[in-house]
Write a new protein. Structure first.
Length: 533
């Protein structure tokens, strides 16, 4: 639909709406004025009837009253029927009724009679036999008091006929006005809107084909004329931009050459940084190798400790028995010499076991430790393994934790063992979370004993792995006990971890559900008291 048609339809719709609304409210105003006029006429008729009836309400000459009513009906051709009643002690008594045609008045209810008795004039519309009537009930007064009522019916056909004629006239005027307005609008729109717009569209088509020399003469000093001027200015700007295009292209080519040179320099810098990254990865690899060596040494140390325990006790017993044999009386010198030889060999075996323990267990160096920093370093060490297995690692470290007094290497060994187990238990795409916090002795899951500082530093490592069956949880801290496949674990990691934690006066607990994961919690004594937030 063209814009001219849209505007024309919009204006016609607006005019029709205005005409309909004005006609409706005009009719309503005429009806209200007519109702007021009818009420005034009814009051005048009631006053006229009052003049026919004596003030005491007693009719002495009924024939004279009938003559007055006949005269009233003759002079007021629109009144169809008149009834008069007076109030008596026994009730409402009819006095006289006159009618042009056989027609009934609307029955009066008790409430209607009371309203008229209070001085109110009642009016309502009715349709009887296809004719429109107005029913009036008005009070009859004498000396300021109501002594009766008069009811009369008035024909309303003349008013309805008049309104129908006015509606026809208004409809004709509206149709003629709409046709005239539509004709004027069509001619005006074609001259003032359609032609200038068509000129603009033609010029736009030529510009689309590449002709930037076209111009459009403004039709008038209105909005479309200003639009034409802006169109001409826009074409001038486009032409100017086209002239500058070659210069811009030359500048772009020059900038491209400069950018290519910068890219080459950036590539050299990127190669250098890649080399630095390779060296960093190599350093991490060396650290991981050392870490593996430390783990193997720890396993050998645990094995040596077990061997020392298993062999030390019987060797000590044998040494004691040899000592008793040497104290026996009447023992020969040759037997004594043999016993001494056996004693020396036992001492040599004991010394060899002790030397093995000394070589696999480096001396511990205790210091004030920041547990958050230790955990951060451990997560960095295991990052390649978790990344390769697509395991999500999250951390939640509480700020401002007190330090822990202990051996950094031994504490690292504890958490490396726990996190390694979490990685082994996690499926590809699983998750591991590490959290540190300050725990009061009264907290849930906190050891019953209270450290000297009154608080614990808590480290919780949770995984979404396969979990530990309930019947196996009591064995996981037993040396050489493992649920891993043959060749993938020694069964010493958790045993060593528990020993280290207990040597630091701490405690380690585990919670686990099959196919839901495990949570290892380590409690270490805080070095000094700190207020909780």
């Amino acid at each position: 639909m063209r814009i001219k048609t849209k505007i024309l339809l919009l204006i016609i719709f607006t005019l029709v709406s205005i005409l309909l609304i004005s006609t409706y409210y005009g009719h309503k105003a005429i009806e209200r004025d007519h109702e007021i006029t009818l009420l005034e006429d009814a009051s005048k008729t009631a006053r006229q009837i009052e003049s026919y009836i004596p003030m005491d309400g007693k009719i002495h000459n009924l024939e004279e009253l009938e003559a007055h009513f006949d005269e009233l009906l003759f002079l007021s051709s629109h009144i169809i029927r008149v009834d008069t009643h007076v109030f008596r002690p026994h009730g409402l008594e009819p006095v006289l009724s006159k009618s042009r045609i056989p027609i009934e008045l609307r029955p009066l209810s008790v409430s209607d009679i009371e309203r008229v008795k209070n001085g109110e004039v009642l009016m309502d519309l009715s349709v009887e036999g296809g004719q429109n009537y107005v029913n009036f009930v008005a009070p009859l007064r004498s000396g300021g008091s109501v002594f009766g009522i008069t009811a009369f019916k008035v024909s309303h056909e003349e008013f309805f006929s008049m309104m129908a004629g006015k509606r026809k006239i208004l409809l004709m005027v509206a149709v003629i006005s709409l046709l005239a307005v539509a004709g004027v609008l069509v001619l005006s729109m074609d001259r003032l809107v359609n032609r200038p717009i068509q000129n603009l569209l033609s010029a736009i088509s030529r510009v689309k084909d590449g002709d930037l020399t076209v111009t459009v003469a403004p039709a008038a000093a209105d909005e479309i004329g200003r639009l034409t001027e802006h169109f001409n200015e826009m074409l001038g700007t486009i032409k100017k931009s086209a002239d500058e295009k070659e210069t811009l292209l030359a500048q772009i080519n020059r900038h491209n050459d400069e950018l290519q040179h910068k890219i080459e320099l950036a590539t050299v810098e990127l190669v250098k940084r890649n080399e630095a990254l390779r060296r960093a990865n190599q350093s991490i690899y060396e650290i991981q190798k050392k870490l593996g060596h430390s783990r193997r040494l720890a396993a050998v140390g645990q094995l040596a400790a077990t061997v020392a325990h298993e062999f030390g006790t019987p060797l000590h017993s044998v040494s004691g028995h040899l000592q008793l044999l040497m104290e026996e009386p009447n023992i020969s010198a040759d037997t004594t010499r043999r016993i001494k030889i056996m004693q020396s060999q036992i001492e040599r075996i004991t010394l060899s076991i002790q030397n093995l323990l000394d070589t696999t267990r480096p001396p511990d160096v205790y210091d004030h430790l920041d547990i958050n920093r230790i955990m951060d370093d451990i997560l960095l060490l295991v990052l390649p393994e978790t990344t390769s297995r697509q395991i999500t690692v999250s951390s939640d470290f509480q700020e401002g934790l007190p330090s822990v007094y202990g051996s950094s290497s031994r504490i690292q060994e504890v958490f490396l063992n726990i996190i390694d187990n979490a990685i082994d238990a996690s499926r590809e795409g699983g998750s591991i979370s590490v959290a540190t916090s300050l725990a009061l002795p009264s907290g849930k899951g906190v050891p019953a004993r209270v450290p000297s500082t009154g608080m614990w530093v808590k480290v919780k490592v949770a995984d979404s792995g396969r979990g530990i069956p309930e019947d196996l949880k009591e064995h996981i801290f037993t040396p050489f006990y493992t649920t891993k496949a043959y060749g993938h674990g020694t069964g010493l990691g958790l045993a060593i971890s528990q020993e280290i934690v207990e040597s630091h006066n701490g405690n380690i607990t585990v919670e686990s559900r099959v196919e839901e994961g495990s949570v290892f919690t380590v409690f270490l004594p805080a070095e000094h008291k700190k207020e909780l937030n």
